[in-house]
Design a protein around this ligand. Structure first.
Ligand code: ADP
Length: 737
C-alpha cells in the first residue's frame, strides 16, 4: 500500500499520510461493522431487554459507516470526523443505556482510532470531550460519588498521552523514511540518467574504436609505403653515391698526385699556375667526395643517427681552406674577400667536413647575394667558445623574411629562387647545433647581411688552457679521458672516434705498443678486440693500474676480412698515398715487382702511379680484368698483387681462390683494393662482449649496465632498415669487414 502511495508520486509527508489514513479508514469500516454486529448479536442473545438500544446503536453505526464510506474518497477528514463523532455518540448511547461504570471505559477505545486516523490535536480534543462526558454521565446519570470518577478520566488522558507520544514517534519515523525514499528516488533517477549517459559514451566509444581501427589500417598502409619509399631512397642514394664516387676517386687521386707527388711522373715539375689550378681541382673534388659522404650520412640522419667525426681541430685552418675555395668565385664577381682569422686559435672539437660545409655555404651565399663591395670572414675566440661570422655588403634580406631564414626550403628572395635549394642555412644550423653551438643571422636591406655561429671550445680548451697544453702528449689529441683500443687495424680507430663520444681513443696494435701507451696516456679503460694479437695474457702484462675497466668485444677489421678472403690486406677506395704506404709497410719486405688487377684502366693507372710514388724501385705490371690478371700473375710471379674485388668474367674472389690453389704463387702477397665494406652491417660480429673490472661492480653499476645494454641487444629487428642501404656491390650475406 505504502509503495503504491509512493509510486503515484506524492512527495510530501502529508500527502502520503493522507493516503495511508484513507487505506486504514477503508479497513476500519468493515472491522467496525463486524464489531458492532457482533456486539448487537451478543446483546440480543444475552440481554433481550436492551434490544431496542442495540438496534438504535446499530442503526446509528450503519448510518455513520455508510456516510464514512461514501465520503472517504473525496472528503476524508469530514468522513473521519463523522466516524469519530458517530463512535462517541454510540459509546455515549451505550453508557446511557447500560448504566455501568465499565461502559465509561469504552471511550478509551475511540482514542487509538482517533490517533491513527486524525491529528494528535484531535486525540486531545476527543479525550477532553470523553472526560467531560464521563464526568457528566458518572455524576448526573449514574450518581457516582466524586471519588470514582478520577480513574476513568485519568485512564482516558493517560491513553491520550500514550497515543500522542507513539503517534509522534511514528510520524517522525515516517518523515525520515519518506525523505530517505525521496533520496533513493533521486539517486535512482540519477542512475537512470547516468546509465543513459554511459550507453551514449559506450556507443561513441564503439564508433571511435571503429574509426581508430580504420585509421590504424591506413597507418599500416602508410607505414609500409613509407618503408618502401625509404628503402627505395636508401638504395637510390647508395647507388648514385657509388656511381659518383668512382670517377671522383680518380679525380681526387690524380689531382693529388699531380700536385703533391711529381716524382710519380718521373720528376717533371708543373709550372706554378698549373699546380695552383690542379690544387684547386683537388680541393673541390675532395669537397665533392665529402659531400657525397654527407648525402649518405643525411640518409642515416633520417634514420635517427647523425655520426659526427669530432676531432680537435684548428678552426682557422678550416676557415682558410673554405675561403680559398670561394676566393676564385668572389674575385670573378669583382668582390673583395677579407679575412680576419688570427693564428693560434684554441682547438675546437669539430667535424671538419661539416664545419667546412657550413663555412662554404655561408661564403657562397654571401658571394651570390652581393653585387659589389666585400665579403668578410671573421673568427675570434671568447672564454668558452669561438665565434665565426660571415658578413657581406650585399642586398640584405627584408625583415619580414628574415625570421624564415633557417627554415628548410625557404628562399627569401624571389629573384634567386632558381639559384639554390633553400636548404643551405637550415642544414648548416643543424650541423652547428649538433656541435653544441648556435647560429644567427642579421641583415639590413640594402646594406648587407651577417650570418654567424658559435662553437664551444674543447674541454679544457679555453684560450689560456690551450696555451698551456701546447706540449701535449704525441698520441693525445684532446683533454678527454683516454681509452686504450687494442686492435690490429688502425682504420677501426676512426670508426670508434666517429661513433663513440666523450672519450679519446688511443690505438695500440701490438702488446709492446700497448705497454708504451699505458705509461703515456694513463687510460681510464681498455677496449680489446677479441682477436687482438696479444690476447688477454698480454693485457694482463700491460701494467694497467688495478681496477682499470676492461671491455673485450669483437670489432670490425678490414685486414681480417682480407685474410678471410685469402688476401694479406685490404685497401678501401679512394686510395691515398698514406694508406698505401701504411699497408705496404706491413708486408715482410718491400715489393720488387707488382701487378695491378682492375677492370677500370684509369684506376689501374692511378694505382700504378701511387705505387711508383711509394716504391720507386718496383717493376709494375698492369692487367685489366681478373682472367688477364691471373695469366700475368702466373707468368710473372710478382711479389705483390693489388686486386679489385668486383670484375666481370673472373671476380677478385675467384682470383684469390685460384691463387690459393696455385703453389707457384705461394709467395705472392695480395692486397685487395675495393670499396669500403658497409659500416653498419646486418652480419653480426661473432663473439662475446665482456665487461670486467679488477675490483668488481656495485649492484647499482650492474643495474646501470643492464639498463643501457638490454635495449641494445634486444633491438636486432630495428636495425633492419640500415641493411637496406647496402651498396649493390656488396656481396649479399657475405662477411663484411
Ligand atoms: P639556398 O641554397 O637557396 O641559398 P639557403 O638556406 O642557403 O638556401 O638560403 C636561403 C635564402 O636566404 C636564400 O635563398 C636567400 O634568399 C637568403 N640568403 C641567404 N644568405 C644571404 C645573404 N648573405 N644575403 C642575402 N640573402 C641571403
Amino acid at each position: 500500500m505504502a509503495s503504491d502511495a509512493l509510486s503515484i508520486g506524492h512527495n510530501d509527508t502529508s500527502g502520503v499520510l493522507e493516503e495511508l489514513t484513507r487505506d486504514s479508514f477503508r479497513l476500519l469500516l468493515p472491522v467496525t461493522a463486524a464489531v458492532v454486529w457482533a456486539w448487537a448479536v451478543a446483546v440480543l442473545y444475552c440481554a433481550e431487554h436492551y434490544a431496542l438500544h442495540a438496534y438504535g446503536v446499530m442503526a446509528l453505526m450503519v448510518a455513520v459507516l455508510w456516510l464514512g464510506y461514501r465520503l472517504h474518497r473525496w472528503w476524508l477528514r469530514p468522513a473521519i470526523a463523522i466516524y469519530l463523532l458517530g463512535a462517541m455518540a454510540a459509546t455515549t448511547t451505550i453508557a446511557l443505556s447500560f448504566q455501568g461504570v465499565g461502559a465509561l471505559y469504552l471511550y478509551v477505545v475511540i482514542l487509538p482510532v482517533a490517533a491513527t486516523l486524525a491529528s494528535p490535536g484531535a486525540v486531545w480534543g476527543l479525550a477532553s470531550v470523553a472526560a467531560a462526558l464521563v464526568v457528566a454521565i458518572g455524576r448526573g446519570v449514574y450518581g457516582l460519588p466524586l471519588v470514582q470518577l478520577p480513574l476513568p478520566v485519568t485512564t482516558i488522558f493517560l491513553a491520550a498521552l500514550a497515543l500522542w507520544l507513539s503517534s509522534r514517534r511514528l510520524l517522525t519515523a515516517l518523515a525520515w523514511a519518506l525523505s530517505m525514499t525521496r533520496e533513493a528516488q533521486k539517486s535512482a533517477a540519477l542512475a537512470r540518467e547516468h546509465r543513459a549517459e554511459v550507453r551514449r559514451v559506450l556507443k561513441s566509444l564503439d564508433e571511435a574504436y571503429v574509426r581508430l581501427e580504420r585509421a590504424n589500417e591506413a597507418l599500416i598502409y602508410a607505414r609500409e609505403a613509407a618503408e618502401r619509399a625509404y628503402q627505395f631512397k636508401a638504395e637510390f642514394v647508395a647507388n648514385v653515391s657509388h656511381e659518383l664516387r668512382t670517377p671522383l676517386n680518380l679525380i681526387v687521386g690524380f689531382s693529388e698526385l699531380i700536385a703533391t707527388a711529381p716524382e710519380s711522373y718521373g720528376g717533371a715539375i708543373l709550372p706554378n699556375p698549373y699546380r695552383g689550378d690542379v690544387m684547386a681541382i683537388y680541393r673541390s673534388a675532395r669537397h665533392l667526395a665529402d659531400l657525397i659522404n654527407d648525402v649518405l650520412d643525411l640518409s642515416r640522419l633520417e634514420a635517427g643517427a647523425m655520426p659526427l667525426l669530432k676531432e680537435e681541430t684548428d678552426i682557422g685552418e678550416v676557415a682558410r681552406e673554405a675561403a680559398e675555395m670561394v676566393r676564385g668565385l668572389a674575385e670573378a664577381r669583382g668582390l673583395r674577400l677579407e679575412m680576419s682569422v688570427p693564428e693560434g686559435l684554441p682547438p675546437v672539437r669539430l667535424d671538419r667536413t661539416r664545419i667546412r660545409q657550413v663555412l662554404l655555404n655561408l661564403l657562397t651565399n654571401a658571394t651570390r647575394f652581393t653585387e659589389r663591395g666585400w665579403i668578410a670572414l671573421r673568427i675570434h675566440a671568447e672564454q668558452r667558445e669561438v665565434l665565426v661570422t660571415v658578413e657581406d655588403s650585399g642586398q640584405g634580406i627584408p625583415p619580414d623574411r628574415l625570421a624564415r631564414a633557417f627554415e628548410a626550403f625557404s628562399q627569401l628572395d624571389e629573384d634567386h629562387v632558381r639559384q639554390g635549394s633553400g636548404l643551405g642555412l637550415a642544414v648548416s644550423k643543424r650541423f652547428v647545433e649538433l656541435h653544441g653551438g648556435r647560429m644567427w643571422i642579421d641583415s639590413k636591406p640594402g646594406r648587407g647581411t651577417t650570418v654567424g655561429f658559435s662553437l664551444p671550445l674543447a674541454e679544457g680548451g679555453s684560450v689560456s688552457a690551450h696555451r698551456r697544453s701546447r706540449s701535449a702528449l704525441p698520441h693525445r689529441r684532446s683533454e678527454l679521458p683516454a681509452v686504450l683500443l687494442l686492435h690490429d687495424d688502425a682504420r677501426t680507430l676512426s670508426l670508434l672516434r666517429r661513433y663513440v663520444d666523450g672519450c679519446e681513443f688511443v690505438l695500440a696494435t701490438t702488446p709492446e705498443e700497448a705497454r708504451e701507451r699505458v705509461g703515456e696516456v694513463f687510460p681510464v679503460a681498455v677496449v680489446v678486440d677479441a682477436s687482438w694479437p696479444g690476447g688477454m695474457p698480454a693485457v694482463a702484462e700491460m701494467g694497467l693500474p688495478e681496477g682499470t675497466p676492461l671491455v673485450s668485444c669483437p670489432l670490425p677489421s678490414m685486414r681480417r676480412f682480407a685474410v678471410l678472403l685469402g688476401a694479406d690486406d685490404y685497401l678501401a677506395k679512394p686510395v691515398t698515398r698514406e694508406h698505401l704506404a701504411e699497408v705496404l709497410a706491413r708486408l715482410p719486405r718491400p715489393p720488387q715487382s707488382a701487378l695491378i688487377v682492375d677492370d677500370d684502366p684509369d684506376v689501374v693507372r692511378l694505382l700504378a702511379r701511387l705505387l711508383i710514388g711509394c716504391c720507386p724501385a718496383a717493376q709494375v705490371s698492369e692487367a685489366f680484368g681478373g682472367r688477364a690478371g691471373l695469366e700475368t700473375a702466373r707468368a710473372q710471379r710478382p711479389d705483390l698483387v693489388l686486386l679489385d674485388l668486383y670484375m666481370p668474367e673472373l671476380s677478385g674472389y675467384e682470383f684469390l681462390e685460384e691463387v690459393r690453389r696455385d703453389p707457384s704463387l705461394a709467395d705472392t702477397h695480395v692486397i685487395v683494393v675495393s670499396v669500403r665494406p658497409t659500416e653498419e652491417s646486418s652480419v653480426p660480429l661473432v663473439g662475446p662482449v665482456r665487461l670486467e673490472r679488477g675490483d668488481g661492480f656495485s649492484f647499482t653499476e650492474v643495474l646501470q649496465v643492464l639498463q643501457s645494454t638490454l635495449p641494445v641487444i634486444t633491438r636486432r629487428s630495428a636495425a633492419a632498415p640500415a641493411s637496406a642501404a647496402r651498396r649493390p656491390t656488396d656481396r649479399p650475406g657475405g662477411p663484411v669487414w
